[in-house]
Design a protein around this ligand. Sequence first.
Ligand code: RFL
Ligand code: PHB
Length: 391
Amino acid sequence: MRTQVGIVGAGPAGLMLAHLLHLQGIESVVLEARSRDYIEGRVRAGVLEQTTVDLMVQAGVGERLQRQGLVHRGIYLSFSGRRHHIDMTELTGGRSLTVYAQHEVIKDLVQARLDAGGPILFDVEDVSIHEIDGARPKIRFRHQGQPQELECDFLGGCDGYHGICRTAVPEKALTAYERHYPFGWLGILAEAAPSSEELVYTYHERGFALFSMRSPMVTRLYLQCAPDEDLAGWSDDRIWEEMMTRCTTRDGWAPKQGPVIQRGVTDMRSFVIESMQYGRLFLAGDAAHIVPPTGAKGLNLAVADVAVLARAMAEFYRTGRRDLLDRYSETCLRRVWKVQRFSWWMTSMLHRFTSDNDFDQRRQIAELDYLTGSRAAMTSLAENYVGLPLD
Ligand code: RFL
Ligand code: PHB
């Protein structure tokens, strides 16, 4: 088999890359280790930046998103028993955020791929990449029991943090920058009507809590917990009790309770690989960087990477010029590091660190107090949250 671009991974990065290339008349093959059902049901992100929404709409995959996505003007920051609204639409001259589940984005992109008749192979096994610094890189894999080889002009390494593409690059060619956080998030989905129209990020002495949602009937909640927290110790009653303690404000606001329909623990880290390119392999999304979820950025950053990559590949195929491709990593990393900074800042401001003392706790409260009282500080938060420009 031969194609122009071989894409490993059908997450937001791989699927969006395939779609943007298709719009430019560039062929690709998408290889995914999991089944279609699995990737279309996997509960992950929920918040899309304006930048991502604009890109999806321009690319013709925003129809359901515009119909079903919940458009929010801003978020609340809650501390010392009070909620403070940050009106991002007003602060950024009309930009907003949209709550739309990642697996709905995946469904839309898989459908677009199938409608375009573009190859996408699910349940592939034993994927490996070869000759990535040569002129004709190859992907070897097994599909339905048969060994296969796909020869490509370029490879899109879109296989997430645990994928095989990044590890195929000689170790000395890459530098990793990393930070682990001494906590995780316990996340739940509950059958309960959201009790706030917008997200509530809460700083509490017992730890961070986040109120989010997925639909008019489903609430999404997160609690700061130990990185290796044992879910078995968390009955529904204990989750709700802890949630109420952290979230209830003096004016009586609290999440509405309901049956817990899904739960999981996520660990938190910041990670960046430099460079995001090696030979004809281009790493994108979680394969190249991880952010802690406090800034709601992972999916958005994945989509931004492939927007840059698709444009560079289109330029190459149209004109033979390689300069945009050669600048791919540099272009993406400028944005990646700004988003890393923002995600680290939100995480540091809103979580309790075991190493912190009373001084640090008061400093965190002072930071939140300053932020929610300063238009300049709120504007900075808002412009990062709704998404920095692509260039
Ligand atoms: P993905 O989504 O991990 O997709 C990679 C795909 O590659 C497949 N794969 C392979 N396929 C073939 N061969 C192999 N050897 C393979 N190895 C792996 C995998 O099965 C998978 O389908 O990476 P991508 O595309 O880079 O997308 C990144 C995002 O998924 C991720 O950053 C976000 O989910 C992060 N995130 C959030 N991002 C946001 O923008 N807004 C949010 O509100 C937000 N909330 C979150 C989040 C992530 C969370 N968790 C669970 C980590 C909340 C949580 C709790
Ligand atoms: C979510 O709804 O899953 C969500 C929202 C905001 C975040 C992270 C996750 O910062």
